[in-house]
Write a protein that binds this ligand. Structure first.
Ligand code: SF4
Length: 305
């Protein structure tokens, strides 16, 4: 059986969701899902920024976006630019990256979602709206970290990228939003003079996707100059200790779950507290339908695996 952190995560969140993913491919995708997919594709590309924009367009052409307030076009444009600048910043920091190959691990094949640098360091990239101790702990305890450690039996680096809160269909952070000086058009994010705070009302708030004349390099340089970049990409090394009880338990549970998950039921009870995690479950149109529906009843939204 093939096992991955995503599969274990789906199983943990909701057995029904896991069962659905084994049989159906949603034609619906959340903006956060597009952002992850575009970034993952961009990180290993020759031209990360162009690939981020191209893959965002490819996904938008083949899947239906779960939209909030913005139109599909504006959302896609926002995500393409956001994925592009994050990919460039990560590649500047980590260098050339490649995906970690699938590995045979006793009772299952492990499909890793880590990225490896040329020096062999392995990174788990997490996109978070904010980062505090609670969020960091939740990332470190997830299958995306514990599962990778236990399956690959090697240390990894958890690299969290803060993308800001999702409001009005956009991610509010310096990756996407800045202030332009009204007369000299200088781009700024924070005051460099610590004695003074705030910008006066004359500064013009701008979204990156509306200012294509400002190159990614220039936008990133302004972020660095204002000292905001370091707070948006944070890395924490996580050692692998084979004798640690947490690793022993995780390995035992993964071997057990690899068998149990094969018997997942589509009519397992709903897990309502999981329906809106991570930008929303793609099967919500079935579970939250006012009339009884399964993915098989909605072929315009789900195709058979
Ligand atoms: S919508 Fe909720 S109950 Fe339905 S599959 Fe998704 S997480 Fe499970």
């Amino acid at each position: 059986m093939i096992l991955s952190a995503r599969m274990l995560d789906d199983w943990d969140r909701c057995e029904r969701r896991y069962a659905y993913t084994q049989n159906y491919v949603p034609k619906l995708i959340s903006p956060l899902g597009v952002l992850y997919a575009a970034l993952e594709s961009a990180l290993v590309a020759l031209d990360p920024e162009q690939e981020a924009k191209d893959s965002t367009m490819r996904i938008a052409a083949s899947q239906e976006l779960i939209l909030s307030e913005l139109t599909g076009f504006l959302t896609i444009r926002h995500i393409g630019y956001l994925a592009g600048i994050i990919a460039v910043a990560l590649r500047e920091r980590l260098g050339i990256l490649k995906s970690v190959q699938t590995l045979h691990n006793g009772s299952f094949e492990w499909e890793s979602a880590l990225f490896e640098t040329t020096s062999g360091a392995r990174h788990r990239i997490e996109l978070v709206s904010h980062l505090d101790d609670d969020r960091l702990r939740a990332c470190a305890h997830s299958w995306r970290v514990i599962g990778e450690l236990a399956a690959l039996q090697a240390p990894l680096t958890l690299t969290a990228v803060v993308i800001g809160a999702n409001r009005g269909g956009r991610r509010h952070s310096e990756w996407a939003k800045g202030l332009l000086h009204p007369s000299n058009s200088v781009l700024r994010f924070a005051r460099r003079n610590k004695a003074r705070t705030g910008f006066n009302d004359a500064w013009i708030p701008v979204w990156r996707e509306h200012r294509s004349e400002i190159s990614t390099e220039k936008w990133l340089a302004a972020m660095k100059q204002d000292g905001v970049l370091d707070g948006l990409i944070l890395s924490r090394e996580i050692p692998y200790k084979p004798e640690d009880n947490r690793m022993v338990t995780a390995k035992r549970e993964m071997a057990y779950l690899a068998g149990v998950m094969e018997g997942a039921h589509e009519n397992a009870p709903m897990r309502r507290s999981s329906c809106d995690d991570w930008g929303g479950c793609p099967f919500a149109r079935c579970c939250w339908s006012p009339t009884e529906a399964t993915p098989a009843d909605l072929p315009h939204l789900y195709s058979i695996q």
